[in-house]
Design a protein around this ligand. Structure first.
Ligand code: G3I
Length: 300
């Protein structure tokens, strides 16, 4: 096929982009979005600071705009993200203990309930593991409420929206390393104990290259009985087009790799200012990286 979304669909997968609500009035942006992609992740609009600016007061305007744009055009929506140590509203940043635990889980219930039936996959928990060689949890206010906070979040999300695929999502987990192995062990434990988890998201914010064991890492998670998704792909630096092709082929080679999301549309939309890590240039023209992905989707 001739677009990313249609080509991915022929391979039984989605191809998505992170979208900002304030760009839905930019016609160049929307033209590319509607032509190329069949999944959307709200870049910021479903985060805790955006959806619950004061305790118990929920604001969904920008998130609802994105969901309605997607669903009216037959695109699926990845919800991002119910719980994260970052982008919390100020009132939650200052909380701890039982009060925070209750606020966290109320947040999960309220947001997942608001969007029930409209979200293909939720990033229930984002970036809860530490970088470096330890393989353990990241210290955060959420983690300090007790090590079971992640499984409680997944059970709470399942109860609120039983139809959504529930994902754990993180970065620097693209190859086999201490951090990805810490997550692997958590997922294995969750599957053994019946904690409801359906997928693992590998963000894949890359520079110059992709780990040689990228596909093997996807496969080891898949072998635990969860789907894997590439959730925030962007690639800076040299060999950009070739690395995009390699990542795409790795997903296609793993039957449980169900889709790829790029973290923005044009280079000028990227959070990586000045690094030009995306598939379209500032003018909305297709880059060599785009051709590499499209070729990989069509030729294997
Ligand atoms: O909306 C305000 C605006 O009102 C204000 O004038 C402006 C001034 O700084 O800030 C605007 O908010 C910014 C927001 O993006 C929307 O543009 C925040 O400051 C800025 O921190 C926020 O950055 C986002 C970042 O997450 C937050 O940590 C990026 O857009 C977003 O791409 C990035 O995405 C994350 C994923 O959620 C998780 N994985 C890593 C990824 C990249 O950091």
């Amino acid at each position: 096929a001739t677009t990313l979304g249609a080509s991915a669909a022929e391979r039984g997968r989605y191809f998505g982009a992170a979208v900002a609500a304030n760009k839905l009035s930019d016609s160049t942006y929307v033209t590319i979005l509607n032509r190329e992609f069949n999944s959307i992740t709200p870049e910021n609009e479903m985060k805790w600071d955006a959806t619950e600016p004061s305790p118990g007061t929920f604001t969904y305007g920008n998130a609802d705009r994105i969901v309605s744009h997607a669903r009216s055009r037959g695109m699926s929506v990845r919800g991002h993200t119910l719980l994260w140590h970052s982008q919390q509203p100020g009132w939650a940043q200052g909380m701890s203990g039982t009060a925070l635990r209750n606020a966290m889980m109320n947040h999960v219930t309220q947001v997942a309930t608001h969007f029930r039936g409209q979200i293909h996959t939720w990033d229930v928990v984002n970036e809860a593991f530490a970088d470096g060689s330890g393989g353990g949890r990241r210290d955060s206010n959420l983690q300090r409420t007790g090590n079971d906070w992640i499984e409680v979040a997944f059970r709470t999300a399942r109860a609120a929206d039983p139809g959504a695929r529930l994902c754990y999502n993180d970065y620097n987990t693209d190859g086999v390393n201490a951090k990805s192995t810490g997550i692997y062990n958590m997922v294995r434990d969750f599957k053994a104990r019946g904690v409801p988890i359906d997928c693992v998201g590998l963000q894949s914010h890359l520079t110059n290259s992709v780990p040689g064991d990228y596909q093997a890492n996807l496969q080891r998670f898949a072998d635990l009985g969860v789907d894997v998704q590439i959730t925030e792909l962007d690639i800076a630096g040299a060999n950009q087009a070739a690395v995009y092709g390699t990542v795409t082929r790795a997903c296609l080679a793993v039957s449980r790799c169900t889709g790829i999301t790029v973290w923005g549309i044009r280079d000028s939309d990227s959070w990586r200012t000045g690094q030009n890590p995306l598939l379209f240039d500032n003018g909305g023209n297709k880059k060599a990286a785009y051709d590499a992905v499209l070729t990989a989707l069509n030729d294997g």
